[in-house]
Design a protein around this ligand. Structure first.
Ligand code: NAD
Length: 343
């Protein structure tokens, strides 16, 4: 990957050096409103190299938010953006970079993985469009496990399953290769090891480091190869019904694995080895249950009446998938996910 990665407890201290090495002098620091204090601390630590904080990132990068942030970057004469937060904040950085070409320094504080991809998303009139552009791939990524200890345990767990989903689908992608396969299996292993630790000791650095290392691997494979049915389902459910991103990935994952189980035996053996479970689909479900994750679409806001329409939307423009998809089979998968049945 062309990005430079700095990974260490307290790695945030190296941000001024990293900005200097990029030849930049005027950083605009981005965050969500919830993480403004972090952005302000970062801005202060940069002294004259910071032109200010823009704490207005929100989920799915609405075009109006992107436009205002782009205007602010121009007004302040920013020559780089520092995106400190999860996928929403890094997504806003990407929206700025897409238009201006400004380099992004990403400081991820969740496990979503956007920092490792050249994929961007923008939402206009309620429709989320995604694309790929090399300009939006961060130039530097700083992984600092200390910055993740405040991510609440429940969010950490769903974010971890979001990362596992990237790796699980990478294992049966149509364009997978031996290197991404190795990275995907190791990413799942690291997260499956770290997540129980994070659930019980959220401030412990070992579990946090395992999860962040897993997120790096899972984000890298997401950025390298194409995804399948699981990501299509989550894109439709998140985009059309505004379901929460990481929770949706969590609830769908065991059912997507059950759906593809017989069609992707090698991928399933790797997931089973990484998670130390005899069955990839039920093993993921059982870990979700053990860690207190949501298990059903109904508990995260989906209406049963909308399942049919969701299946139709998935079938309108299906992704490649190892097992062929039909409207009926997708309805069955969604019904299982709606009620949270153990696969
Ligand atoms: P998020 O960025 O929306 O964060 C969720 C909430 O958690 C926010 O309020 C945030 O401020 C808070 N938060 C984040 N880290 C925290 C921490 N360490 N401590 C306390 N609070 C913290 O959630 P996400 O799941 O990281 O990102 C979801 C978005 O990212 C979606 O829009 C998704 O489509 C996008 N995404 C994009 C890609 C890509 O490659 N382009 C990849 C994955 C996700």
């Amino acid at each position: 990957m062309p990005a430079r990665v700095v990974f260490a407890a307290n790695a945030i201290e190296h941000l001024p050096r990293e900005i200097e090495q990029l030849g930049a002098r005027r950083a605009l620091v981005l965050s969500t409103p919830q993480q403004e204090a972090l952005a302000t601390d970062i801005s202060k630590s940069l002294g004259q190299r910071s032109v200010g904080v823009y704490p207005h990132a929100v989920m799915h990068v609405p075009i109006e938010v992107a436009r205002k942030a782009r205007e602010e970057a121009v007004r302040l004469g920013a020559d780089c953006v520092v995106a400190a937060g999860g996928g929403s904040t890094i997504g806003l950085g990407k929206a700025i970079a897409l238009e201006s070409g400004l380099p992004i320094l990403a400081i991820p504080t969740t496990y979503a993985g956007s920092e490792m991809t050249s994929i961007y998303g923008l939402t206009e009139a309620g429709i989320k469009k995604t694309g790929r552009d090399p300009r939006v791939l961060p130039k530097v990524v700083i992984y600092d496990p200390f910055l993740t200890v405040d991510l609440p345990a429940a969010m950490s767990i769903t974010s971890g399953f979001n990362a596992i989903a990237h790796a699980a689908e990478a294992l049966y992608a149509e364009n997978s290769n031996p290197i991404t396969t190795m990275m995907a299996e190791e990413g799942i292993r690291a997260l499956a090891q770290g997540m129980p630790e994070v659930a019980t000791h959220p401030r412990d650095l070992d579990g946090r480091s395992d999860c962040l290392y897993g997120a790096w691997l899972c984000g890298s494979v997401l950025g390298t190869i194409s995804m399948a049915l699981h990501h299509k389902l989550c894109h439709v459910l998140g985009g059309t019904w505004n379901l929460p991103h990481a929770e949706t990935h969590t609830v769908i994952l065991p059912h997507a694995m059950a759906y593809n189980y017989a069609a992707a035996p090698e991928a399933m053996r790797r997931i089973e080895r990484a998670m130390k479970t005899p069955n990839a689909a039920s093993g993921i479900f059982d870990l979700m249950k053990q860690l207190g994750a949501p298990l059903s679409l109904r508990e995260i806001g989906m209406k049963q009446d909308d399942l049919d329409r969701a299946a139709s939307l998935v079938m309108e423009a299906p992704y490649y998938n190892p097992r062929p998809t039909t409207r009926e089979s997708i309805c069955g998968l969604l019904d299982d996910a709606f009620f949270g049945r153990r696969p």
